[in-house]
Design a protein around this ligand. Structure first.
Ligand code: GLA
Length: 694
């Protein structure tokens, strides 16, 4: 049973984890427990009682409320802040009733006085050891209620002497830097105010007491499934507890909840493990893989033309690249930016999604046919949400962009953002791209988004213009979701100038993510290490390009990309026979290991964040076959290279490692380990095989 109701509340159980909550004597819905699943229901603690009141604090200051609202004598971060029609800004929620349905628990609360209802949704993912939470606000009255903050969840890790927050931050071309920082007393705020998830922070967290490692220790972790403005509040309270709140950003946020209306938040996911940060990542990896629109199936090796041709695309030029790509063993050829009307450079064309008549006088079909005759599938780059002022679409619909009428429309990369909150814009985009996909044999789409919001206005909005932040993302999901539904065989990539839109929300629509515009392999090692904290290799598209050519060996560049979904993005016309032979060899090798890399369990043996010698291992579910990658960037010689201790092997089974002398037990490889001597800028990939396994 995944949900047990006891005398004082509910216990949510996954295979290994339990999360308990209940109603205390004073009537508050409070958190009870989050950690290892315990043998008996009566092992779980009762709901904590309210502390006595003192002059400066009420009970809410210390009580771990599941979903605190701004009310009373309470100053911790609330999940909910609202203003009623009479101006009252205090929400007093009381538990009303509960509903249990298989793996779902709905708790219904209502305000003491006003017609505001709150339903807290809990969903147990028993096989993935995750708890999913979201909230619905319902207006049962006759007057609007203004919502000013509506988060998805507040999580209460157990009390510790110290709290350390692991988070990802960065910038364009340098995304997913991993940081582990002690939480100071107070509130640490991580967020996006940019309309999309952003390169700067990720809606992911891991919390420990400062002593957990990659392989050991308690870690509480989670992520938000939302591709717009988001907020993570990590609060170390004045009384020594910690809370992590996750949800829609309340910055510049407003939602007018009209009579009869319901607003439901995005989903937040959280889990616990005692297996350290690596196990936390593997839990998220398994869950994300299972939730992907096409499920757990390996992704093809693609070629992308961007770094080779930029905007200078033509049928002949692309066909030449395609011929070489096919000879290397590539399975999917993707033409990037530059193919549509007027798109000579980045200053024109976005919005006009028909083939450029000069570059493609007979349309795209002749190129697609040539690509298919070479045995590859065809893919295309689009940027649906954008428009250049120099485009037919903008000349016809200047009012369709996000703007304030009295302010200049700030362009970024010479483009403006279509207001996807508007249903007419959504319908237009659906019609445009539906036609493109109907009229062409396209089985892969790279969906890009190359700027962030400015002047976030919506002059003819039906309600408060600030609803744009949320409605835009709802609109995006509607457009993408409709196109997916109509074209179920298409594989989609989420890109926003690299990794600017990587989150669990977009992965309901996209199958894989373009992690960074930085394709230099040594920089990429660290970016990919950070990305892997949350996301599995199956969604990590990684190109081998010409960045670093002449300095970083081609083998090294391949090995870095082969630890995700291998792709090639260099100018193949300039690759020598020798380089092409090397590429063909690694493409063939990757085809043999790809299932293990893309669908297996990932172990960060030596993190690229921690040193210049890093190693990653992937194992299949049966622990029969694995792949080991090791990379040395730069270490002064002589150097005692780090020992690589494998993970995830069966201790008393015997294994061999490609190119390493002798079979040894799993325990020997995991405890004694091995050294792989590598020179600076040298790397290696080895298969791991259980001896005697089929
Ligand atoms: C973004 C993407 C690149 C490429 C260009 C095309 O920067 O991240 O991969 O598609 O746009 O303009």
């Amino acid at each position: 049973m995944t949900i047990i109701a006891d005398d004082t509340g509910w216990i949510l159980q996954t295979a290994h984890v339990a999360y308990a909550l209940g109603i205390n004597e004073a009537g508050y819905l409070v958190h009870r427990y989050w950690g290892a699943r315990l043998p008996h229901p009566d092992d779980y603690p009762p709901p904590p009682e309210s502390a006595g009141w003192v002059s400066f604090n009420g009970p809410g200051q210390m009580l771990p409320e599941e979903y605190p609202a701004y009310a009373g004598l309470k100053y911790v971060e609330p999940c909910l802040k609202a203003t009623f029609a009479d101006g009252v800004r205090d929400v007093a929620l009381r538990f009303d009733h509960a509903e249990v349905n298989d793996d779902n628990l709905d708790l219904h609360l209502r305000d003491d006085h006003y017609p505001l209802r709150l339903t807290l949704h809990y969903r147990v993912h028993p096989d993935h050891d995750l708890i999913e939470r979201s909230a619905s606000l319902i207006n049962d009255g006759g007057a609007p209620i203004m919502l000013e903050r509506v988060l998805s969840a507040q999580w209460h890790p157990p009390q510790q002497p110290r709290y350390r927050l692991s988070h990802l931050s960065g910038r364009w071309s340098d995304e997913f830097n991993l940081h582990r920082d002690d939480l100071p007393q107070g509130v640490t705020r991580l967020e996006s105010r940019r309309l999309t998830t952003s390169h700067h922070h990720s809606p992911w967290f891991a919390l420990d007491d400062g002593r957990s490692t990659e392989d050991t220790g308690d870690v509480w972790f989670g992520a938000l499934a939302w591709s717009g403005n988001w907020l993570l509040l990590a609060e170390a309270t004045d009384y020594g507890s910690a809370r992590i709140s996750l949800g829609l950003n309340d910055w510049d946020f407003a939602w007018q909840l009209d009579p009869g209306e319901t607003l439901t938040t995005p989903a937040a996911y959280a889990g616990w493990t005692d297996g350290g940060f690596g196990a936390a990542s593997r839990i998220l990896h398994g869950f994300i893989r299972a939730q992907l629109p096409h499920g757990e199936r390996p992704h093809p090796i693609l070629y992308n033309s961007w770094e080779a041709t930029n905007f200078d695309v033509s049928e002949e030029g692309q066909a030449q690249l395609a011929e070489i790509a096919a000879a290397l063993g590539v399975e999917l050829f993707v033409m990037d930016d530059g193919w549509f009307k007027g798109r000579l450079w980045e200053n024109a064309g976005l919005g006009d999604w028909t083939p450029d008549p000069v570059k493609f006088p007979h349309g795209l079909t002749p190129l697609i046919d040539r690509v298919k005759a070479l045995g590859m599938a065809f893919g295309l780059w689009i940027e649906p949400e954008m428009v250049n002022p120099d485009s037919d679409l903008y000349r016809e619909h200047p009012d369709w962009v996000i703007h304030f009428p009295t302010r200049e429309r700030t362009t970024a990369r010479n483009q403006l953002i279509l207001n996807l909150a508007r249903p007419d814009v959504q319908n237009y985009l659906i019609a445009q791209f539906d036609a493109l996909l109907r009229e062409h044999d396209i089985t892969f789409i790279k969906w890009d988004m190359n700027r962030n919001a400015s002047e976030p206005g919506w002059p003819d909005a039906p309600r408060d213009q600030r609803e744009l932040w949320l409605r835009y993302v709802q609109g995006l999901y509607r457009v993408w979701g409709t196109l997916r539904e109509r074209h179920p065989d298409v594989l989609w990539q989420s890109c926003s100038g690299g990794g600017g839109r990587a989150d669990l929300g977009i992965l309901r629509y996209a199958d894989q993510i373009w992690v960074s515009d930085n394709t230099e392999a040594t920089a990429r090692l660290r970016i990919q290490d950070g990305f892997s904290q949350c996301f599995p290799a199956l969604v990590m598209e990684a190109w081998v390009t010409d960045a670093g050519r002449g300095q970083v060996p081609l083998d090294f560049r391949f090995h870095v990309s082969m630890s995700g979904v291998l792709a090639i993005g260099g100018n193949l016309l300039t690759w020598s026979e020798e380089e092409r032979a090397t590429a063909a060899r690694w493409v063939a090798y990757y085809k043999q290991i790809r299932e293990i890399v893309q669908l297996g369990d990932q172990y960060r043996l030596l993190s690229a964040h921690e040193g210049p010698y890093s190693a990653i291992q992937y194992m299949d579910k049966e622990a029969d076959h694995g792949v080991l990658f090791a990379y040395r960037v730069w270490l002064p010689d002589p150097a005692l290279l780090p020992v690589i201790r494998l993970r995830g092997l069966i201790p008393d089974a015997r294994y061999e490692i490609q190119g390493v002398e002798g079979e040894r037990s799993g325990l020997a490889w995991m405890h004694d380990g091995l050294r792989l001597p590598l020179a600076n800028l040298e790397s290696t990939v080895r298969t791991i095989r259980r001896v005697g396994a089929i």
